[in-house]
Design a protein around this ligand. Structure first.
Ligand code: FES
Length: 138
């Protein structure tokens, strides 16, 4: 599989995640996913350098929220869950920077923050690079 490394790394943050609590009686407060996005965006610019932070509504990991996804053209995509906006912002950004730094988007296991190691929901390989002729022959 050919892998390209062009393009910036995107960190999708689910803003509709309710976290590990219910919203009962707390409708006036921002959802934990919205707070996670705000917490990420309030970090030092240097911690987010080279990362595009994008809000998204539901990454289909509602039962293990809060949830983010890290991806880039030609690289593996990771979905990360069980994130607490008060505890795991640094872990998320550390993983995203490691993902950005690795040619294929495969950060070394031992370098990943512990919470990320334990709460990686899934990973998806990059799209195969095929010419239109190769695609039509399948
Ligand atoms: S609402 Fe966040 S993963 Fe579904």
């Amino acid at each position: 599989m050919a892998v390209t490394t062009s393009g910036e790394t995107t960190l999708f943050v689910c803003v509709t995640c309710r976290g590990q609590t219910t919203d009962a009686g707390h409708d006036e407060q921002p959802r934990p996913g919205t707070r996670l996005l705000a917490a990420i965006n309030s970090t030092l610019d240097a911690l987010r350098e080279g990362l595009a932070i994008e809000p998204v509504e539901c990454l289909s990991n509602c039962n293990r929220s809060c949830t983010v996804a890290v991806t880039a053209p030609g690289k593996w995509t990771y979905v990360l869950g069980a994130l607490d906006p008060d505890l795991h912002v640094e872990d998320v950004l550390t993983f995203a920077r490691l993902h950005r730094a690795h040619e294929a988007g495969l950060p070394a296991w031992r370098e990943r923050p512990e919470h990320i190691r334990k709460n990686t929901i899934s990973r998806v390989p990059p799209l195969p690079s095929r010419t239109p002729e190769e695609v039509s022959q399948q």
